[in-house]
Design a binder for this molecule. Structure first.
Ligand SMILES: [Zn+2]
Length: 456
């Protein structure tokens, strides 16, 4: 059975790539209102494709913003699990156009890579799933599992309406697990499972001193300098070993197991010093830089301002100083609780003579992690390895993907992040591309995967 499906994909490769080219030719740039028609066209394209491969209840659902495409194929029966497949058909703007070697919405293959805006993020990866469903249906008359497809058009503008829809249509999207192919592999040809993402929270705070900037000769020595007070306050947050000094910050952090440390050690490491140009890399005391970036919480000062910023000298005591900090969180940490702890710390350590004003960062997210030993993850690793001929590595990432947190929070189902992008894809940049090797091997991975998880 697997052989027939793989054979179909091989024989129809050119025809399927042609369809992908058409999909990529639609400039579905979600952030620009001038592309509204194109965004609708891309949604319709996905819906038409789903209908053409016998999906049911296919619908272009209107939202307050751009539409979301839903479709289902539930022919595998009750004994088979149901997967919710999430992806997005919208893309980032292509500008600056002059930096593209070929036109962003006229796909072109060069040196084994398909160049177009959206080739990797995320039309190419969405299309791979559709192509595999087509192959199953055309050869076997059935997909091994039940499928619900949710392809949105607002990912690149923060998925503004998705949370509400996922919450409201709980029954419609309910499934046994979710698969998202909107991420990448750590290196080209290196099967990678992303099994954890960090959460996120932050604060902005201001220290106010005198009612206006003061003459440093007349008042220096009598009045607390808010910029200097800010420096002291900020320095109290973290020591030189990168250990956060906020009381309770690490309290709920899940300890890093020996097994995870081994998984992390197996990930081909980035040479941070070389790639960033710093003179020396750092990490939290007791952890490697890879462990720290992937699996330990961090606190960063993102910006600081106050006082005189112009040319030359201005001898003042500034009236105020402001700082913005954010934290990347790991499983166990609650964004709001972390904000509370940070505020408590600031209130305790703020030097006297200045007033503290705090603003909470509205955008917060909890971390996500799936057990790397979960059978869905094991099957993913096996399928990847079968197709790519290489052992799969397991990574956690310092970034956040909001939809992952939402699906986790609303549906409590396991989420498999099955990405095929490569570090060379230049997402969101000119000359975005996707290697055809990833396309071919990715299709094979998916064929193996749906077969491997067909039994509950
Ligand atoms: Zn994306």
């Amino acid at each position: 059975m697997t052989e027939n499906v793989l054979q179909y994909l091989k024989e129809n490769r050119e025809a399927q790539l042609d369809v992908l080219h058409k999909f990529l030719s639609i400039p579905s740039v979600s952030t620009e209102s001038s592309h509204k028609q194109d965004v609708n066209k891309a949604a319709q394209f996905v819906a038409d494709y789903l209908k053409s491969i016998s999906f049911n209840n296919v619908e272009v659902k209107e939202t307050k913003g751009h539409p979301l495409v839903y479709g289902e194929w539930l022919g595998a029966g009750e004994d088979a699990p149901t997967v919710l497949l999430y992806g997005h058909y919208d893309v980032q703007p292509a500008e600056p156009l002059e930096l593209w070697e070929s036109k962003p919405f006229e796909p072109e293959v060069r040196d084994g890579r398909l160049y177009a805006r959206g080739a990797s993020d995320d039309k190419g990866q969405v299309f791979m799933h559709l192509a595999v469903f087509e192959a199953f249906i055309k050869t076997e008359g059935a997909i091994p599992i039940n499928v619900k497809v949710c392809i949105e058009g607002e990912e690149e503008i923060g998925s503004e309406n998705l949370y509400a829809i996922l919450k409201e249509k709980k029954e419609l999207f309910q499934a046994d697990f979710a698969v998202i192919s909107d991420s990448g592999m750590v290196a080209s040809g290196q099967p990678t499972i992303l099994y954890g993402l960090k959460g996120f929270t932050g604060l902005e705070f201001t220290l106010e001193g005198p009612s206006s900037d003061l003459h440093s000769g007349l008042y220096g020595g009598a009045v607390r300098n808010p910029a200097m007070a800010m420096a002291h306050l900020l320095a109290s947050l973290k020591d030189q070993d990168e250990v956060v000094q906020v009381d309770g910050f690490y309290h709920d952090v899940e300890p890093l197991t020996e097994e995870e440390k081994l998984l992390i050690a197996d990930v081909p490491g980035e040479d941070y010093q070389q790639s960033t140009g710093v003179t020396k890399t750092i990490s939290e005391k007791g952890y490697t830089a890879k462990e720290h970036t992937m699996a330990r919480p961090t606190l960063e000062l993102n910006g600081i301002y106050g006082g005189y910023q112009g040319e030359g000298t201005k001898t003042i005591i500034p009236a105020s100083a402001t700082a913005k900090i954010t934290c990347r969180l790991v499983p166990g940490q609650e964004p709001e609780k972390i904000q509370d702890l940070l505020i408590k710390h600031l209130e305790k350590y703020v030097p006297d003579g200045v007033r503290l004003h705090v603003k909470r960062e509205a955008l917060s997210a909890k971390a996500y992690k799936v057990d790397p030993n979960h059978y869905l993850i094991k099957k993913t690793a096996e399928s990847y390895t079968k197709a790519f001929g290489k052992e799969t590595v397991f990574v956690r990432m310092g970034g956040s993907i909001p939809v992952v947190e939402w699906i986790d929070a609303i549906y409590k189902m396991p989420i498999v992040l099955l990405g095929f992008g490569t570090p060379e894809d230049r997402l969101h940049s000119p000359n975005e591309s996707f290697p055809l090797e990833s396309f071919d091997k990715g299709l094979e991975t998916l064929v193996h995967y749906w077969n491997a998880v067909k039994l509950k």
